[in-house]
Ligand binder design. Structure first.
Ligand code: NDP
Length: 401
């Protein structure tokens, strides 16, 4: 409680890991609307030096870190005379997370965000977690660090944020089920035969949400919902068979909690990430956000359907990995990251993304990985195996090719 009260002091110091991405930019958009409430400590990017420098200057950050070492010189030039400290490389991302911001947005895409996120958790920050891959590849480890340090993990993913809101003030043992909604992505109604030929351009064109390329492809394969199942399992501590997936194409109901008395609470809103981000940025208070307002009469009807596991095998793969436990979710996540990157680069077809993940999962013994080093080792090995499949050096199941 002392932590929560301390965080109400204004201005709140904030750092944004992944500041040049979709979630990072939405976060800074909110920060810029009430600059008197926030002070920006650190911002990071991977390669987008220009975007990082512009954001650091606009938001008067104290520290800017670029993950790609080759970007250092250019970043230093762009920020010369500003007084903003500059650093580059993997350690610089960790340093950004270690700097004394009360609130940290973890929005680096993929397992690359794990070490910086763990760094912020270990110093007991308020951590707004967008990078779901952290919980998929190292869920037990991350949650143990949260419990040990006293950090507060604030879910940014709209579904988990909805559940977090619905659970507020409720007793944990009164919860019966969690229901994660899924838009179904751009290929929800696409016949399987046509899905084999879809392009990266079609896959990233999400019908409701504007997001980075990787999560957009995850949404198209529905691996995103599989990752979110694992994320919910770790965040909310419910057994896997009490977390359901419900396709809801309008993306208005962001998820639901069913209680033991038969009540079901949901959080609704327009599909705009600034709504869940604002909830975490102001937490434990609600802050005003310039988001489109919900007009249910204009929307008219909301629809729901069961997921189609035949056309979206990634969802079942994630469920199997969670059930198998050990390091299976780490393997799933790493193989998926490699397969999605290969699909975006035009090296494999859309249906091969799930096929690569399945093949890598089958080839691994998935022994438990308890320490960070173990997790990183499993992650690296799964990436190596997925890389071989993508390069055609190992066979894929023919039906999925
Ligand atoms: P983007 O691809 O738009 O942005 C990713 C950010 O991470 C960029 O700042 C990028 O820098 C940085 N980055 C990329 N690779 C690395 C790396 N190897 N090391 C360090 N930094 C890196 O992603 P999103 O904002 O869409 O998603 C971020 C995370 O949030 C993902 O985990 C996603 O699943 C999750 N999320 C996203 C939602 C959304 O609406 N976008 C919704 C819910 C969750 P650079 O620009 O220089 O490449």
């Amino acid at each position: 409680m002392a932590l929560a009260l301390a965080t109400l002091e204004a201005p709140r110091s904030v750092s944004v890991l992944g500041a040049t991405g979709s979630v990072g930019r939405s976060t800074l958009d909110l920060v810029a609307r009430t600059p008197e409430r926030y002070r920006v400590e650190a911002l990071t990017a991977h390669r987008d030096v220009e975007g990082l420098a512009a954001a650091a200057l606009r938001h008067r950050a104290r520290f800017a870190a670029i993950g790609e070492p080759a970007g250092y010189r250019r970043l230093k030039d762009l920020l010369a005379g500003s007084g903003i400290e500059v650093a580059a490389g993997a350690d610089a991302l960790i340093e950004a997370a270690a700097r004394p911001a009360q609130w940290v947005m973890a929005a680096i895409v993929g397992a690359a965000g794990l070490k910086p996120t763990l760094t912020a958790v270990r110093r007991a920050a308020l951590v707004a977690l967008a990078t779901k891959e952290c919980l998929v590849c190292a869920g037990a480890l991350l949650m143990a660090e949260v419990a040990r340090s006293g950090a507060v993990l604030l879910p940014v993913d709209s579904e988990h944020n909805a559940i977090f809101q619905a659970l507020r003030g409720e007793a944990a043992d009164s919860v019966e089920r969690l229901i994660l909604t899924a838009s179904g992505g751009p290929f929800r109604c696409r016949p399987l035969a046509e899905m084999a030929r879809v392009t990266p351009g079609e896959a990233v064109a999400h019908p409701n949400w504007s997001m980075g390329a990787k999560i957009s492809v995850d949404s198209a394969t529905m691996m995103n919902k599989g990752l979110e199942l694992i994320e919910a399992f770790h965040l909310f501590g419910l057994a896997q068979d009490r977390i359901e997936i419900l396709v809801h194409p309008e993306s208005i109901v962001h998820s639901l909690v069913a209680f033991q008395d038969g009540s079901v609470l949901a959080q609704l809103g327009q599909p705009d990430m600034r709504i869940p981000i604002a909830y975490t940025l102001g937490w434990p208070e609600r802050i005003a956000a310039p988001t489109p307002r919900l007009d249910l009469a204009a929307i008219g009807r909301l629809t729901f359907e069961a997921p189609d596991h035949a056309r979206f095998p990634a969802l079942a793969l994630a469920g199997q990995a969670l059930r198998r436990a050990g390091s299976a979710p780490t393997v799933l996540n790493a193989a998926n990251e490699v397969a999605v990157a290969a699909f975006l680069a035009g090296r494999i077809g859309f249906l091969q993304v799930a096929a690569v993940v399945e093949a890598v999962l089958q080839s691994c013994d998935c022994q438990a990985a308890d320490s960070l080093d173990d997790v990183l080792e499993v992650d690296a090995e799964a990436r190596r195996r997925a890389g071989e499949l993508v390069a055609g050096k190992a066979p894929l199941r023919s039906g999925m090719a």
